[in-house]
Write a protein that binds this ligand. Structure first.
Ligand code: GRG
Length: 303
C-alpha cells in the first residue's frame, strides 16, 4: 500500500471552517444554562465540544456546497451540522458508559462519566439527543424541508439506524458474526449517521432524487470505509504500543474487519469501498473535488 498523502490544503481549510462554524453553533445552543442544571450543561459541553474531527458536520457542508456550487450559503447548513454533531456526541458519551463499552478515555481525555459521574453522562447524552432536534426545529427554512430533515435524522439515529446497530454490536460479543452480518451492523451503527449527514447536506443543497441516491451511495461507501479504517488503525495502534496484533475490539471478543479478513484483506476492502465512493460521485453535476478529497481522507486518516 502506498504511503498516506498529506491532507490537501483545500480540505484542511474546509474542515477547519466547518469545525469552527459547528462549534460556534453548539456553544450558542448550550450557552444559556437552566438554573440548577449547571452540571448537566457542563457535561453536555464536555461531551459535544471535546477535540473531535467534526466529520459529520463537514459532510453536511460539503454535500450542500457540491450541489449548490457558487450559490452555497454555509449559514443555511449550520443548524443541521450542529444537530448531527450533537447526535454523534450523545452516541459517544453513551457508548463509553460502564453498561456499554466501559471506556475511560475518549478524544484523549477522561470520558464524560469519568470526568463527571455516570448519571450526569446519561443525562448529558439524553439532552444532546433532544438538543439535535431542537436545533433543526429552530432553524430557518421551508417547513417541508425541515420536516424531511427531521425525518432523516430521526430514522438514522433511532431503532432503525444507529441505536439498532449499537444493540446488534452489544449482542455480538463472543459471537461469530460473518462478514455480511458485521457489515449490516456497521451500516447501522456508524453508517446510518454518516449517510444522514450527507443526505441532509444534499437536501439543503437542493438535490434531486437522482442526486440524493448518488450521494447516498457515496456516503454508504465512505461510512463503511470509515469503519474498516477504524479497525485497521486499532490493530496498528495495538501493534505499535503493546506488541499485540488484534486491536481493542477483537481483544473485547468483538468481530472486526481485520479479524475476519486479515490486515491485507481489510486494506483491499478499504480500497474497494473508496473506489465505490468515487464512482458514485461521477453521477453528480459540477465539481465534486471536495467530496473526493473527503473520501481520500477517510481511507488515509491516521486517527
Ligand atoms: C450508544 C446509541 C449509542 C450508539 C453508539 C457510533 C456509536 C454508536 C458508537 C461509537 C463507537 C465507536 C468508537 C465506533 C468506531 C467508529 C467511530 C464512530 C468512532 C468515533 O467517530 P469519530 O472518529 O469521532 O468521528 P470524533 O471524536 O472525531 O468525533
Amino acid at each position: 500500500m502506498t504511503a498516506p498523502e498529506p491532507m490537501s490544503a483545500q480540505l484542511q481549510t474546509f474542515l477547519q471552517q466547518a469545525a469552527t462554524r459547528v462549534e460556534g453553533q453548539i456553544e450558542l445552543a448550550l450557552g444559556q444554562t437552566t438554573t440548577g442544571a449547571e452540571t448537566l450543561f457542563a457535561a453536555m459541553r464536555y461531551g459535544a465540544l471535546g477535540p473531535g474531527k467534526r466529520l459529520r458536520p463537514a459532510l453536511v457542508y460539503a454535500c450542500a456546497q457540491t450541489l449548490r456550487g457558487a450559490d452555497f450559503e454555509p449559514e443555511r447548513c449550520d443548524a443541521a451540522a450542529a444537530a448531527l454533531e450533537c447526535i454523534h456526541a450523545y452516541s459517544l458519551v453513551h457508548d463509553d458508559l460502564p453498561a456499554m463499552d466501559d471506556d475511560d478515555l475518549r478524544r484523549g481525555r477522561p470520558t464524560c462519566h469519568i470526568e463527571f459521574d455516570e448519571a450526569s453522562a446519561i443525562l448529558a447524552g439524553d439532552a444532546l439527543q433532544t438538543q439535535a432536534f431542537e436545533l433543526l426545529l429552530a432553524s430557518a427554512g421551508a417547513p417541508e424541508l425541515k420536516l424531511r430533515l427531521l425525518a432523516e435524522l430521526a430514522e438514522a439515529a433511532g431503532s432503525r439506524g444507529m441505536v439498532a446497530g449499537q444493540a446488534i454490536d452489544l449482542d455480538s460479543v463472543a459471537k461469530t458474526l460473518d462478514l455480511a452480518r458485521l457489515e449490516a451492523m456497521h451500516r447501522l451503527k456508524t453508517g446510518a449517521l454518516i449517510r444522514a449527514s450527507a443526505r441532509i447536506g444534499a437536501l439543503l443543497g437542493g438535490a434531486s432524487e437522482t442526486q440524493l441516491a448518488a450521494i447516498s451511495r457515496y456516503a454508504e461507501a465512505i461510512g463503511l470505509a470509515f469503519q474498516v479504517q477504524d479497525d485497521i488503525l486499532d490493530v496498528i495502534a495495538d501493534t505499535a504500543t503493546l506488541g499485540k496484533t488484534q486491536g481493542a475490539d477483537a481483544a473485547r471478543n468483538k468481530p472486526t474487519y481485520v479479524s475476519l479478513l486479515g490486515l491485507d484483506g481489510a486494506r483491499e476492502k478499504l480500497q474497494d469501498l473508496h473506489r465505490q465512493a468515487i464512482d458514485a460521485l461521477a453521477q453528480l453535476p459540477g465539481d465534486s473535488g471536495l467530496l473526493q478529497q473527503l473520501a481520500d481522507y477517510i481511507v488515509q486518516r491516521s486517527h
